[in-house]
Design a protein around this ligand. Structure first.
Ligand code: AMP
Length: 577
């Protein structure tokens, strides 16, 4: 397939904000793609070279990209930089300069999807001496054979800022439309149910594989039967089940039924613990990053205290104070997740206790469709109860509201956030927020938002990016809800610091205008505020009053699971009451 056909779809996607139109464009395109190329095409459609769970990266910074454009277009690097300052987007620069390049120097062969994909994958494999030059050649080769608009999309893909507005839901629906059936206005109830069953089949396969490329290929080659036979693979991360919120015990019982399992809601970070038949252990965060290197202590606890040849456990690792043995809030131990050096030392200084609250597979058996009470039984059988190392999550089964209140107090006194209240009969739904487990916290709701822009500070803060524009999401789009500059520390030892934020944001810069920079949407902050107000100044139509950073949640969340515009609207309505 020619890359120009893919570029045309990118153009179509960028030219509309309507979800149905986007779905139609992608679906029509997917129908044309040969099964052999489906995986590459679907990854590229998402601006990816690897599935989300794969940690390989292209490792191309904007500066190197600018050099490649210079090499391919025959323009001096200084003029590339000038153009870049003017337009603020290297994709546009590449498009303009490649378009303007004299015709006779253009390579005659047309770019194929396979060629683009293969060169991009090679970028990720390059390392060591001379790798920068080889990367430069790989990119320049693509740009030299591309037409203007192709150069734009290649540039944006390499920089990880494709931004054509293709959300996960739209891509999923496109796969359904292309392979099974399309939504029409005159659908009767029966057809609608059939359609929904196709959507569920695609979604469920995605939740198990975390890879639309694989799902699209199976849909094309093997249909629904193929999707239904997708199996859990130990060693690859599975999306975790998500919780809904509840305001009180009465409402909780109404949602999950009586009796329910009521558990401590530990204020730590989620760990998916996988052990394969060979005894290899992997640990994934909620964002599905593999953190096994960072937690040798957890690996040790799992090896010693969990029985079974293979399993996937869902758990919360919570920090505790070595002296008082009391639980610590997440911020205190968050640095462990990213730590690359002195790992054993920090594991001793900031130990964690692993609380196992669910199990997805055990000794070759998939447990997703077993009722929760059965899964809990297995946990109690195979996980030893070893305080401050690893144990089944603290839980009671009750049908009484007073018991929930009592247990809530106990949870808070022990330093937890609150409770989780769970349906005893429910299956495990990866990736879904279906009300099988409810969080009960009783505190004002903070928002998880992504940093999309930032500003260099003034005076003694001039070496730091010290204020951050935040966005929530609406389908594939990011909408700003305000700017935050408080809650961060000047000294790193006091908590999340301006310096740490600056170090994280600097490599993500994609545009600079004076003091103002735009960044790739990667850094997720939990933000508290006094109030949500309507505001024409931000694209969401809302602004946070007195926002303050509570903590960095980048290691737990990605841009697809930050708060939505709907959440902001709901909180706005709630506070009016
Ligand atoms: P939230 O992050 O506020 O949406 O709350 C859900 C998170 O609570 C889950 O993703 C887990 O990381 C965490 N959690 C802590 N304790 C439990 C528990 N006993 N069961 C389920 N999730 C828990």
């Amino acid at each position: 397939m020619k890359y120009s056909e893919l570029a045309e779809v990118y153009r179509q996607l960028s030219s509309t904000t309507k979800r149905l139109e986007k779905t139609e464009h992608v679906a029509e395109f997917l129908k044309k793609v040969h099964a052999d190329e489906t995986e590459e095409v679907v990854l590229l459609l998402q601006g990816r070279i690897f599935p989300a769970w794969d940690e390989r990266e292209l490792g191309v910074a904007a500066q190197l990209m600018a050099k490649a454009i210079s090499l391919a277009s025959g323009n001096e690097i200084s003029s590339i930089k000038k153009e870049w300052k003017k337009t603020g987007d290297l994709g546009d620069v590449a498009e303009n300069l490649i378009k303007g390049k004299k015709q006779h120097t253009l390579a005659s062969s047309e770019l194929t999807v396979k060629k683009v994909f293969s060169n991009l994958r090679k970028l990720a494999e390059e390392s060591g001496g001379g790798s920068v030059d080889r990367k430069l050649q790989l990119i320049a080769e693509l740009l030299s054979s591309s037409k203007g608009n192709e150069a734009k999309y290649i540039t944006r893909t390499i920089l990880g800022v494709l931004r054509v507005g293709l959300g996960e839901g739209t891509l999923r629906d496109s796969i359904v439309w292309a392979n099974f059936m399309k939504v029409t206005d005159d659908m009767d109830k029966e057809k609608r149910e059939k359609y929904n069953s196709f959507v569920d089949a695609v979604q469920e396969a995605y939740d198990l594989t975390n890879d639309f490329a694989v799902v699209a290929k199976i849909s094309k080659e093997k249909g629904v039967k193929g999707l239904k036979s997708v199996q859990i693979k130990i060693g690859k991360p599975i999306k975790v089940m998500l919780a809904l919120k509840t305001e009180n015990a009465t409402e909780a019982f109404e949602t999950v039924g009586k009796p329910a399992s009521v558990e401590f809601k530990y204020d730590g970070f989620r760990l998916e613990i996988e052990k394969d038949e060979k005894g290899n252990i992997t640990l994934f965060t909620r964002r599905l990053d593999n953190v096994v290197e960072q937690f040798p202590d957890v690996v040790e606890h799992v090896k010693k205290h969990v029985k079974g040849d293979s399993f996937i456990l869902d758990a919360e690792a919570v920090g505790y104070d070595r002296k008082t043995m009391k639980y610590l809030p997440f911020q205190n131990i968050s640095q462990r997740i990213k730590r690359k050096y002195d790992i054993d030392k920090i594991a001793k200084e900031l130990p964690v206790e692993v609380n196992v609250f669910d199990i997805l597979a055990y000794n070759g058996k998939n447990l997703l469709n077993e009722p929760f009470k059965k899964r809990r039984e297995i946990i109690e059988k195979i996980v030893d109860d070893v305080k401050r190392k690893i144990r089944p999550a603290e839980a009671i089964v009750t049908d009484k509201e007073e018991k929930i209140e009592e247990f809530f107090k106990k949870a808070r006194e022990a330093g937890n956030e609150g409770l989780m209240i769970k349906n005893l009969e429910a299956p495990y739904k990866p990736g879904a927020r279906v009300g099988y487990m409810l969080k009960f916290k009783k505190v004002a709701e903070n928002l998880d938002l992504v940093v999309v822009e930032a500003e260099w500070g003034e005076g003694k803060r001039s070496k730091w990016l010290s204020s951050y524009n935040l966005a929530c999401r609406k389908y594939g789009k990011l909408l700003e809800v305000g700017k935050v500059a408080t809650g961060l520390k000047e000294k790193p030892e006091e908590g999340l610091s301006f310096d740490e934020m600056t170090q994280m944001l600097k490599p993500l810069i994609v545009e600079e205008h004076g003091k103002h920079v735009k960044v790739k949407p990667k850094i997720i902050l939990e933000v508290g505020y006094e109030e949500i107000q309507k505001s024409p100044s931000y694209s969401s139509g809302y602004a946070l009053r007195f926002p303050r950073v509570i903590r960095n949640r980048t290691s737990e969340k990605n841009v697809n699971n930050i708060n939505t515009l709907k959440d902001v609207e709901k909180l706005y309505e709630q506070q009016k009451k």
